[in-house]
Design a protein around this ligand. Structure first.
Ligand code: NAG
Ligand code: NAG
Ligand code: NAG
Ligand code: NAG
Ligand code: NAG
Ligand code: NAG
Ligand code: NAG
Ligand code: NAG
Ligand code: NAG
Length: 486
């Protein structure tokens, strides 16, 4: 087997460069930019959290990016949907994520990773951040970072999610800048590219602009604590809202002076069900793309809080939901060429200097005194922490999901397959429609009913570990066969 593999790798080296699928993205001013061809990148994404927000259990031995068979099925369905990015919340740094990272890379899908988890000592405590800002905590954070900095399809890391809200103490923003600084210093010491680091904010309007300004301004005495991008979790567009009635117009105006990329790190209100996603053409249309860089729909899998696009059944099969079809239709209508257009004004913006005048109205510590690192953390940064991943992306050979997938009309979709993209390609709506799709059911977007939606961050979904344990990567003889297919 080792000989076969060596031979195949030699053939690959002969016929192709070592580069696979997506090229690294960089932040330039207010835009994400492709580092190879300088086109603008806008996030057309979904939150990927099979098992729900409270389904994270390291004792189970799985997390959303540890099971290649599940990732392959989901990457194929996301490719077909038209997304180019996923956000993954709860990762176990002791698991190997190489296969899943490679599958999403081959599919042309970038990853945005949260470094925290809801477990004790694995995120900042908004009531007493000085207690949780410890060497133990940062070691966990660095392990997640170390696991993913090696992959070209790692778009970035969130140093925090919704830490600042009505209940947070005024010192919290300074601690978020401290964690951001520590992650960026770790990346500078251990990665050959500056993987971006940002923050994901709750849509608490009285605190929003203060949070954004505090985290994104420039400090001459703490140059690495500035965030590289800002995500906003926003559920203000429900049903047939408009640019004005949703308050999106206010967001565009409030953020109009941004000097870093901004996007919806979660969006997709479900007060009106099924969702028709009329906010999608607005987000990717001329009123918003001057300020926003797209967003991530909450969320891929159906969980008890009812935001899913796909039902992951307990027997290992998957059923597409009407929301999947509706979102796909909206994505298919996007004008991709306009989204990729470079904007020389936006890419040359520079951040403002930090000043207390930026914080009017926010109940924050007015000074930008960023807490010093806890003892031992300098050594962690200098020496590095152990990661579990291989050294970089590798080619994917297994491209056919084994699980049955049902369309919204109940028919089985046949011929689903990963479309392995060429170097410097990312997935786009309308491409890669593998699978024979049965006729869509009549009236899939009709029959609008109203249910009581809530914002997911307030909802404690029950764990659904059964849905993420199914299957494992075929190895051995099948692996050799797949190498030979090259
Ligand atoms: C990752 O990106 C770098 C820089 O563009 C490129 O040189 C390298 O070949 C890529 N690696 C893979 C495995 O695609
Ligand atoms: C959290 O960290 C603190 C300080 O490092 C430690 O005293 C405490 O035992 C930890 N708690 C848990 C649940 O690990
Ligand atoms: C600011 O936060 C502090 C500490 O939580 C609280 O005591 C104070 O009342 C807050 N002030 C305002 C104006 O909200
Ligand atoms: C944007 O910057 C301009 C020029 O400095 C300023 O007049 C305006 O108030 C700013 N807008 C916001 C929303 O901060
Ligand atoms: C280009 O960027 C500038 C600065 O962010 C923005 O004001 C303008 O709307 C953008 N132009 C287009 C066509 O998006
Ligand atoms: C799996 O479960 C789903 C949902 O309960 C059901 O529709 C489907 O028929 C089942 N498939 C198999 C092969 O058991
Ligand atoms: C760094 O600069 C900021 C802004 O001028 C200031 O508030 C802060 O006190 C300075 N920190 C240190 C350690 O000098
Ligand atoms: C491989 C392929 O068909 N790529 C196409 C994907 O869609 C974009 C825009 O719709 C086209 O420009 C690509 O040629
Ligand atoms: C337009 C496009 O790129 N279509 C491809 C999507 O993926 C399937 C399955 O791999 C290919 O057969 C199509 O050519």
């Amino acid at each position: 087997m080792a000989q076969f593999k060596a031979m195949v790798l030699a053939l690959v080296a002969l016929f192709a460069s070592s580069a696979f699928a997506v090229a690294p993205l960089v932040v330039k001013g207010a835009d994400f930019v492709n580092s190879i061809d300088d086109t603008r990148f806008q996030i057309i994404g979904v939150a990927y959290q099979p098992g729900g927000s409270s389904g994270f259990d390291p004792a189970s031995g799985v997390d959303p990016l540890s099971d290649a068979s599940v990732c392959l099925r989901d990457a194929v369905l996301m490719q077909r949907l038209g997304v180019n990015a996923v956000r993954v919340y709860n990762l176990d740094p002791d698991l190997d994520h190489t296969d899943c990272a490679n599958i999403f890379n081959a599919a042309g899908i970038y990853m945005i990773l949260d470094v925290n988890s809801p477990l004790p000592n694995q995120s900042l405590n908004r009531g007493a951040p000085w207690e949780s800002y410890s060497e133990t905590y940062l070691e966990r954070v660095f392990k997640v970072v170390q696991d993913f900095i090696v992959f070209n399809n790692t778009l970035g890391f969130f140093s925090g999610n919704e830490v600042i809200n009505e209940d947070s103490v005024p010192q919290v923003p300074a601690y978020i800048r401290a964690v951001t600084r520590d992650i960026k210093d770790y990346i500078a010491a251990h990665s050959d590219r500056p993987v971006p680091v940002g923050y994901s904010a709750a849509d608490v309007r009285p605190l929003l602009m203060g949070t954004f300004n505090y985290l994104s301004c420039s400090l001459s005495n703490e140059t690495s604590s500035k965030i590289d991008f800002f995500g906003l979790n926003s559920y203000s567009w429900c049903g047939d809202a408009t640019f004005e009635s949703s308050g999106y117009d206010v967001l565009v105006s409030d953020f109009s002076n941004t000097t870093i990329p901004i996007f919806f790190s979660e969006y997709g209100c479900n007060n009106v069900s099924p969702r028709t996603f009329t906010e999608v053409p607005a987000l990717y249309g001329p009123e918003m793309t001057g300020v926003f860089s797209g967003g991530l729909i909450y969320e891929y899998s159906e969980e008890p809080n009812n935001y899913g696009l796909v039902n992951l059944n307990s027997n290992g099969t998957a059923s597409l939901l009407v929301d999947y079809d509706n979102l796909r239709k909206q994505y298919d209508d996007l004008d991709i060429a306009s989204l990729e257009k470079a904007n020389a004004t936006a890419t040359s913006l520079t951040p403002p200097e930090c000043a207390s005048s930026l914080l009017s109205g926010a109940n924050f510590t007015q000074a930008y005194d960023i807490p010093a690192r806890p003892d031992g953390v300098d050594d962690l940064i200098k020496n590095g922490v152990d990661g579990t991943s291989s050294a970089s992306n590798e080619a994917v050979t297994d491209t056919k999901p084994t699980q049955t997938v049902y369309a919204t009309n109940g028919q089985v979709i046949t011929g689903l397959e990963l479309n392995v993209l060429e170097w410097d390609q990312s997935n786009l709506p309308g491409n890669n429609t593998s699978g024979t799709t049965p006729a869509s059911p009549s009236g899939s977007t009709a029959s609008t009913s109203t249910s009581s939606g809530s914002t997911p961050s307030n909802t404690n979904a029950a764990p659904r570990a059964d849905t993420i344990k199914f299957g494992s990567l075929l190895m051995g003889a099948a692996g050799v066969g797949m190498y030979l297919q090259l």
